[in-house]
Design a protein around this ligand. Structure first.
Ligand code: CP
Length: 316
């Protein structure tokens, strides 16, 4: 593995999950691998879990980690090729990516979508510009269309928690006051379609994800029907993909409650966090015995460490 910006780049999910499991058992067992290596963690957007878990993963491998909030600490970047830079952009990505490559052995970037310019978002404008101009591997810390490190932590969590060989996993849309990106549901859907699970997506009409992503998934518009016999409920809000970035509904009937969870096969509740309590999910579920959101958050470290391990091994 050279870059890791999409679930599509995972050749063997089972092998990667096994690597993450073995790292979890012995997180400091490969500390020489990253000795004298540096990862640069560059954030255009806020983060709690991704920032800390990836930094921890790098440190577990013996790497140095440098963190920078590019949105308010760096020069404003120009991404357009051939731009006449007479406006408010001070540095071009061509120089920025190559300069960071002088200091770092791996560059990791978080860059959310605009949710207004669909074409630019689908092109993964920012992350792919780093891939193009950096001379070292690039890792996504959540891009415009994907959050692959989250999806790897999610499948690791499901593999650890499942009670049957082929569990039923339901990704459910839930209400939210803000327009949110598609990166988490996209990567989760891609991962579930590679995994040995029965995968169902449920959402109100108008909230269909990119059909290129969900091809092969079962889509059910009735949330109660979708929840029947589920082993895992994964809640997430996203804005409309068709009416790009729009909030079409805030229907509170889609919030995950104990009554909804009673329809399932005693399902575990998952969410990538951060989560809006009593909007997306009721306190009773999030604080209940079937909530595994902290196990999920903990697994972010081992997912990141598995990816960094593969990239460092590949660079030897
Ligand atoms: N799940 C996730 O990516 O969390 P942060 O936005 O806090 O990094």
């Amino acid at each position: 593995m050279k870059n890791f910006t999409s679930v599509d780049q995972i050749e063997n999910v089972n092998a990667l999950v096994e690597l993450a499991k073995s790292i979890k058992k012995n997180p400091f067992g490969n500390k020489q691998l990253g000795e004298n290596k540096t990862i640069g963690l560059l954030f255009f957007n806020p983060s709690l879990r991704t920032r800390l878990s990836t930094q921890k993963a790098a440190q577990n491998l013996g790497m140095n980690a440098m963190v920078m909030n590019l949105n308010n600490e760096g020069w404003t970047l120009e991404f357009e090729e051939g731009a006449i830079m007479d406006g408010n952009k001070s540095e071009h990505i061509i120089e920025a990516a190559q300069v960071v490559s002088q200091y770092c052995d791996i560059i990791a970037i978080r860059s959310f979508p605009t949710l207004t310019d669909k074409e630019k978002d689908l092109a993964e404008h920012v992350i792919n510009s780093f891939v193009k101009y950096a001379t070292v591997p690039v890792v996504s810390l959540e891009g415009a269309t994907e959050h692959p490190l989250q999806a790897l932590a999610d499948i690791l969590t499901i593999e650890e928690q499942k009670q049957t060989a082929r569990p039923k996993v339901v990704l459910t849309w839930a209400p939210h006051p803000k327009a949110l990106p598609h990166a988490v549901p996209n990567s989760f859907a891609k991962m579930m379609l590679k995994a040995d699970v029965d995968f169902v997506i449920t959402h109100p009409k108008g909230y269909e994800l990119n059909p290129e992503v969900t091809q092969g998934a079962t889509i059910i518009y009735d949330q109660d029907e979708a929840f029947k016999d589920a082993d895992f409920i994964y809640a997430k809000n996203w804005s409309s993909f068709t009416d790009y970035g729009a909030i079409l509904s805030r229907d509170e009937k889609w919030m995950v409650t104990n009554k909804k969870m009673e329809l399932t096969n005693n399902a575990k509740f998952m969410h990538c966090l951060p989560v809006r309590r009593n909007q997306v999910v009721a306190d009773e579920v999030l604080d209940g015995p079937n909530s595994i959101v902290f196990e999920q958050a903990n697994n972010r470290t081992y997912a990141a460490q598995a990816i960094l391990t593969q990239i460092l091994e590949n660079a030897k």
